[in-house]
Write a protein that binds this ligand. Sequence first.
Ligand code: ADP
Ligand code: MG
Length: 272
Amino acid sequence: MSTLLAHSSSKGIQHEATAPTLQLEKVSVTYNLGPGSLSNGRNLTGSQIQYALKDISFAVDRGRRVAIVGPNGAGKSTLFKLIIGQLRPAQGRVHIFGHGPEEHICVGYVPQRSHIDWTFPVTVSDVVMMGRVGKIGFFRWPRRRDKEIVGQSLERVQAGHLAHKQIGELSGGQQQRVFIARALAQEAELLLLDEPLAGLDIPSQEAIFEILDSVQADDVTVLLATHDLSLAAEQFDQILLLNQKIIAYDIPTAVLTPDHLLQAYGGKSVNI
Ligand code: ADP
Ligand code: MG
């Protein structure tokens, strides 16, 4: 275990030892067709209800690396927002180490790059220090130990030299690494990455996988949304193929069959 994860026992709620890292049971998320945004669906009539996710059940064991794959609008980002507790299911239950999402500070989230305001005036080390908020508490100052952990996290993603830069000045690959450093500083045990590879060149993608290899050695569980089916096949233990509902969830060769891909993508061509 690295020093970064060594003091994980002090985190949030006590984990249930035998529970899977993540378990979803018959989870549905709905949104309102009207001008409103995502809702719990309770005030909608049948024809107005649109499911972003429908009847999703799956579990992920500790230390696994799972690719979340599916066309645009399949519900990949919605799934991550459910897991971090930003959205609540209309039906069903989400469990992380046996408890609801709101009771945890062990879930690290790297949002889709296009969903972040990169003009926000904040330095790289500020972003990574945000990962410590769950530990420090909102109204306390970081201690020396927190600053050390921020420094170590940045070094671990080879971004120590970027600490004082504004986040908007970074390349796409550097931005992703900084957000992964934030999750490391948080001492995340479940790491969710929403399309971190999109728009990155091959060396930057390889750098991300080197970091994922190192966190996997610490038993961190990783869910990563991607459109790249060949990377999903090469680099992941399992693939969850999604299009509102789960089309398949298994080892890559069992998931990436013509029949499953047709169900997920219809007639659209996909690269494998
Ligand atoms: P993906 O990440 O796979 O592209 P999303 O989770 O972003 O898919 O979206 C799933 C579905 O939910 C899409 O049909 C999308 O239009 C809808 N959706 C996502 N966020 C909202 C929102 N805030 N309000 C209404 N509909 C939404
Ligand atoms: Mg998305």
